[in-house]
Design a protein around this ligand. Structure first.
Ligand SMILES: [Ca+2]
Length: 420
């Protein structure tokens, strides 16, 4: 997580002042503790085979099963012996295969050498709430190493999500340090600083554990040398991203919260199936020129649909386009997100045009009505259950909060942007 960034809160006073101006106008959402007692939780993932069950990922390497809000005694999986945890390292992501009969799931973690591993496991046949630890297979990248080398400790990305197309998307940070010193996010030969898309529906005996989907955008090798697993260029640290779920009326878009450097936190919106883009880092931070000493891999550079500056927050946690019902129809289609450092939560309305592109408007801050920073702590992730209802993961409080609310219209927004 972004612990080093916490020191960078000289703008806190300004952020609190901004929160005060937004407080009190929103009264329709609530958050209640759904499950608690976790240590540094980072993700909340529904069980695709049982709507009463979700899994909580702890940074240290444990995955814990929660049924109807009650945490099971036995761990689903304990990877503490394989994981290097601390700072932005650890067990960072979990995704269940859409082919649920396979029992497969995938995790993303920092190994004891500090490198990124994407590993496949199976649930045990006798108890689906316990994984078969012996089934571990680490994906081999390009037929080579069973890890992705990380040059620095930070910016490990860590999220992995199956798209509506059945392929596995993996968000890779730029490798770390500051301002991507080796320009990796624009290097076609590097998996770092990219969104990857792979087909993991391969037999157990497959040597690499994945294949490149034939319609990946860079399989022709243009730009020269591009790794075929790459779906998009120009990510800095896409800590959390999600798809707007078509099975619940969503557009299928990929919505990414990409953590910024010194000035801008951003939301990138990719219409469904529209990969092959360059989101700009490090040439751009948000919609602003950044380090331009070396050219980007290709043009154009796609600006975010929304950004906020570091007087407001310092590390974005991407959330979900809401597709549930409990919050009321007025919230359906709004994108929820948070700032990890400040413990603030917002949503924006999305207007989709004929090309599938989105425009963000009508910002609402939900921090106060969700219990304020004292309840939210550092928001590390959002989750969505089988009904599309939203949850927040509080890293510092060790809780999972469920967002609820009467079915009333959201209040009138006051700020079109939260850039102060
Ligand atoms: Ca960008």
């Amino acid at each position: 997580m972004s612990i080093p960034r916490v020191a960078r809160t000289l703008a806190l006073a300004a952020a609190v002042a901004c929160a005060a101006t937004l407080a009190g106008q929103t009264a329709s959402l609530r958050a209640r503790v759904y499950a608690s007692g976790f240590t540094a939780p980072l993700a909340f993932i529904p069980d695709p085979t049982d709507r009463t069950v979700q899994f909580v990922v702890e940074q240290s390497g444990r995955i814990r099963a929660v049924r109807s809000g009650v945490t099971a005694d036995a761990d689903f999986l304990d990877l503490r012996g394989a994981v290097l945890s601390g700072g932005e390292r650890g067990l960072l992501g979990l995704a269940f295969a859409p082919d649920t009969a396979s029992g497969r799931f995938f995790v993303n973690f920092t190994d004891r050498s500090g490198n990124t591993v994407v590993a496949r496991f199976r649930r045990s046949s006798s108890n689906p709430l316990v994984a078969d630890a012996s089934s571990r297979f680490d994906l081999k990248w390009g037929g080579g190493p069973a890890f992705i080398a990380q040059p620095f400790s930070n910016h490990n990305g860590g999220n992995l999500v199956f798209g509506p197309d059945g392929y596995l998307y993996i968000g890779m940070g730029d490798g770390g340090s500051g301002n991507d010193p080796d320009h990796r996010a624009q290097n076609p030969r590097e998996l770092l600083g990219k969104m990857l898309r792979i087909d993991v529906a391969v037999p157990d005996a497959d040597a690499n554990g994945y294949r490149v989907p034939p319609d990946n955008p860079f399989t022709s090798g243009n730009p020269a040398g591009t790794r075929p697993e790459i779906w998009d260029f120009g990510m800095r640290n896409p800590w959390r991203f999600s798809f707007d779920d078509p099975s619940r009326g969503g557009t299928g878009a990929l919505v990414i919260g990409d953590v910024g450097q010194d000035h801008w936190e951003e939301i990138d919106y990719e219409p469904g199936g529209r990969g092959g883009r360059n989101y700009g880092w490090r040439n751009r931070e948000g919609s602003h020129d950044n380090v331009t000493a070396l050219p980007p891999a290709f043009q154009p550079l796609i600006d975010p649909i929304f950004e906020y500056d570091h007087s407001v927050g310092q590390s974005i946690t991407g959330g979900y386009v809401y597709r549930g019902s409990a919050l009321g129809a007025a919230y359906v289609g709004r994108y929820f997100f948070a700032d990890f450092v400040q413990g603030r939560v917002w949503s924006v309305a999305l207007t989709i045009d004929g090309t599938g592109a989105a425009r963000a408007s009508g910002l609402l801050e939900h921090t106060s009505e969700l219990g304020g920073v004292s309840q939210l702590g550092n928001v590390s992730s959002f989750g969505a259950d089988a009904d599309g209802e939203l949850y927040l993961v509080s890293y510092s409080r060790g809780t999972v909060l469920k967002i609820t609310g009467p079915a009333t219209a959201p209040p009138t927004p006051v700020n079109p942007r939260i850039v102060s």
